[in-house]
Design a binder for this molecule. Sequence first.
Ligand code: ADP
Ligand code: MG
Length: 634
Amino acid sequence: MSEEKTQKTQTMQFEAEVSQLLNIVINSLYTDNEIFVRELISNASDALEKARHFQLTNKDSMVDSDLPLEIKIRVDEDAKTFEIADTGIGMTRDEAVRNLGTIAHSGSKEFLSSLKENGSDIKDLIGQFGVGFYSAFMVGKKVTVHSRAVAKDAAPVVWSSAGTGNFDIRETEDLPRGTTITVDLKDDETRYAKADEIKELIKKFSNFVAYPIFVNDEQVNTVQPLWTKNPSEISEDELKEFYRFIGNAFDEPMYHYQFNADAPLSIRSILFVPGQNMELMGMNRLDPGVSLYCRRVLIQSEVEELLPDYFRFVKGVVDSEDLPLNISRETMQDSALVAKLRRVLSKRLIKFLAEQASEDAEKYDEFFTNFGMFIKEGVATDFDHREELAKLLRYESNKTGAGKTVGLPEYIERMPEGQKAIYYISGPSREVIEAGPYLEMLEEHGFEVVYCYEGVDDFVFTNLREFDGKPLISADQADLKLEGDVEKDDESAEDSEEKPEESADDREAGDLASWIKNQLGEDVEEVTVSKRLVKSPAALINSDEFMTTGMKRVMQSINKGGMPMGKLTLEINPKHGILQRMNTLRTKDPDSDLAKQAAHLLLSNAQIAAGMLVDPKTMMEQSQKILEAALGEE
Ligand code: ADP
Ligand code: MG
């Protein structure tokens, strides 16, 4: 067939799979068949995008290089036709045969394979994958394609088909660059020959197509992609619509940030924080949501390299004309320009969030409740921006009300004189933390204590180690008394050398501690007399350098039960009534069962206060024995 170059019409068979697909499409009575408008417009827009590319790189070998890049739709109610013309890349004869007669393209391929996999509902599948060009046959009894490819030496072609088994193709003369698709509408689909109907559909589906779309010579769509507009010219509604369009989203964005720069890089961008965190809602890990353009030509969608991983919840568009158009997925990784872009964008985005926090703290709290997990991930993983990201953290504390928060800079601002560290307590809730023994030690000094409710917080603070030069210290740490209480401590350290005499009370308390240690055996590393407990009988203190209590808690929940690993010290408060009575009992009878049970229960309670798991069976037995003893024997 290829040897004689004639203008005679050739009839060719569709690939078997295309016939099968067309058969389904034509007979499906798919009610949402209006999507054919979107499919044809997006093909036209793809073709224009390619032409634009071509123009930037090979202007001299381009046919009709001064034709504007645009889409023209004509509808004719009398003739019952829908026609769409673009000045895009066009198709050669071979391309038309291949692109319109085989099933090489992605959408339809997926459509067919899932149809084979499981007899799914055809309607669902069409909606899900789209059937691209072939959707024209849902509404047309005949489809004709006139096309002229971009290269100067390619002959124009005419392709036509009724969708039943075969198509006709012939070469022709004198067409302008691009493609015109004419759909002869089926008798019951003539609404698509109405201009108003089509304009509505374009508003619905194709408003952000980057090229002008005309319907019977009237321009319909928003011409400029939003990011190229001046921020002051963009309305809230346009932003929302744009967000939904580029983000494939249904919610409203929580924040939007339009960032433009000319140096050191040219950047036009609009970034969005979504209204909802889909990852928190039990969805899979999010894919990055920012697409990269160069002068409105899409380079790549959902680019990983553009922002750090923890910003994967951000959606939007970044356009930089400094980037080479033909940058590939591979070169993206080691492109110095992309790395530069990433640095600028991360820094700006962090700064933007900090500004939002100071402008509207309540709204920012809402943001942090939803997206705080990503900020924490950033603090733990992004060394370069750690300090700036740490400023974005928000926590409740003993000085905020429930549901109110404090950030670390504000914490430092209101620290009392003499406080040298930032203190935090981990626990499942405000109530549990405030009922526990740790807070009282710090409240005595008037210190603020940050409440950490999530396992990851401990990890974040351990990684951060300090903020603004102040160490971050967990309230259950063994050397806690050295911090902030420096004077007293220094004295006692010096004094202890010179003062060998211990008071009788001290000695008694020390004896009680070692008696308790004997009862508890290996369950604790040490039992010591506390200088800091006020109201509580005892507290578990972490004497481990390597593992915080929070980390132990996580380990414990992974190992399900068992005693906590690593070193733990039980600090007792000998002035507390429970300890005093325990002491009386054990001095009278060192083998007192009641005193022994009380010691075990004391530890169990301290473990619970530390947020650790306690074997419920053991604990129930302990309380039963105590109850029996307390109620007395018959
Ligand atoms: P997809 O757009 O997913 O590739 P389609 O079925 O929509 O699948 O289109 C099939 C192919 O036909 C396209 O990939 C493209 O090569 C070609 N094509 C369709 N419409 C046009 C057009 N207006 N201009 C140039 N080529 C087109
Ligand atoms: Mg398509």
